[in-house]
Design a binder for this molecule. Structure first.
Ligand code: NAD
Ligand code: DAU
Length: 349
């Protein structure tokens, strides 16, 4: 078995690569990543010398390169995670999201279709997507696999578009696809532009915590290791053409989550209780900010038996510990271009 993982040097991708290498020593994993600002080979240091692992630097928007890779390697499966993934960056530059998330996905679909030549026995194209394609919920209800698509940000519009292409290749060419739509992930190796690692880093440095709007938006948080486990179960056991929602049944308003995070950080850093929460600074809301996401993942639980392995309290505690123990990783990824991004995004704060 030889699986191509795209975006394996990113946050979720690195956990997926690690999970598959450790769980399936007989399976070869090729990790294709162009190493954008979000891709970091340091995320894979502990597994990079394993004999069944190989890294290839390449861009999924380069159709010639992708076709060549598929014709020289023989992949049994693809787990496609490579993407531009940050909503705020998509508001600043939508085009990069169309190129990577839409065109890049279509390039991979074409290459798999050509390489597999209609012989799809034992083949699988797994597209990793997001709950943001469903849009925003009010105070009630949850996203199911039947919820109509209603994306609001350039990021979610590009992911919705890529999902449609993946389904179109199933309907039109019979390409053996599966899709999952997951809620917000947290854990080790997440780039500190996303809420939890950004705030851990700022609390550590005593910098303001920029809360968008009133902090009342709700997200449904899932530990990244549990997401990798769900991807394994879906990759191996889902029926072709199916879609699964993945979520933690774990909704938090941003401000409640931030208070919890501040309390953990105060304890771990030996600060007075209530010290870090003073850093909270309410700033202008994100444009088109979705109010609430909540995932109904009962199909995945019922059909494939997946459930999250730990509680949010355990996962957050473990995550904070990881970032505090890996200050060098944080220092490395927040040097250079990160400083420029931070200045442009948050001004002098
Ligand atoms: P990330 O930004 O941390 O990593 C993305 C990876 O893709 C990076 O390693 C980057 O170098 C690589 N990449 C980007 N453009 C590329 C290109 N043109 N060619 C090759 N490689 C390229 O993202 P993440 O948070 O790990 O998300 C991974 C996937 O999971 C994405 O498809 C995202 O939409 C989806 N997802 C993320 C979350 C979340 O909470 N982070 C939740 C649900 C779904
Ligand atoms: O729901 C899944 C999605 O979750 C993934 O598809 C995306 O790739 C991932 O980035 C994430 O999107 P969000 O926009 O929900 O995540 P983010 O960490 O950027 O923001 C979480 C919430 O925190 C959101 O309501 C915005 C708010 N926020 C975020 C930042 C970066 C702030 O209040 N301040 C901030 O500085």
């Amino acid at each position: 078995m030889h699986i191509l993982v795209t975006g394996g040097a990113g946050f979720i991708g690195s956990h997926v690569v690690r999970h598959f290498l450790k769980s399936y020593p007989a399976c070869r994993i090729t990790n294709l990543d162009s190493l954008t600002y979000a891709g970091n080979l340091a995320n894979l240091r502990d597994i990079e010398t394993l004999p069944n692992y190989r890294f290839v630097k390449g861009d999924i928007t380069d159709s010639g390169f992708i076709e060549n890779l598929f014709s020289t390697e023989s992949f049994d499966g693809v787990i496609h995670l490579a993407a531009e993934s940050h909503v705020d960056r998509s508001i600043a530059d939508p085009t990069a999201f169309v190129k990577t998330n839409v065109l890049g996905t279509v390039n991979l679909l074409n290459a798999a279709k050509t390489a597999w030549k209609g012989n799809f026995e034992g083949k699988r194209f797994y597209h990793v997507s997001t709950d943001e394609v469903y849009g925003s919920l009010g105070t009630e209800g949850m996203f199911t696999e039947q919820t109509p698509y209603d994306p609001h940000s350039p990021y979610s519009a590009s992911k919705a578009s890529s999902d449609h292409f993946v389904r179109a290749y199933f309907d039109t060419y019979g390409l053996p696809v599966v899709i999952s739509n997951c809620s917000n992930n947290y854990g080790a190796f997440q780039f500190p532009e996303k809420l939890i690692p950004l705030f851990i880093n700022n609390i550590r440095l005593g910098k303001p915590l920029p809360v968008y709007g009133k902090g009342e938006n709700v997200r449904d948080w899932l530990w990244v290791v549990d997401h990798a486990q769900a991807i394994d179960v879906i990759y191996h056991r889902a029926k072709t053409g199916e879609t699964y929602n993945i979520g933690g049944h774990n909704e938090w308003t941003n401000i409640d989550l931030i208070r919890q995070l501040c309390a953990i950080m105060d304890r771990k850093l030996g600060r007075e209780p209530g010290e870090s929460v003073k850093l909270v600074t309410y700033v202008t809301d994100r444009a088109g900010h979705d109010l609430r996401y909540a995932i109904n993942s009962s199909k995945l639980q019922r059909e494939l038996g997946w459930v999250p392995s730990i509680t949010f309290e355990q996962g957050l505690e473990e995550t904070v510990e990881w970032y505090l123990e890996n200050e060098e990783w944080l220092r490395n990824v927040t040097s250079g271009s990160y400083t420029r991004y931070y200045e442009e995004m948050y001004g002098g704060r």
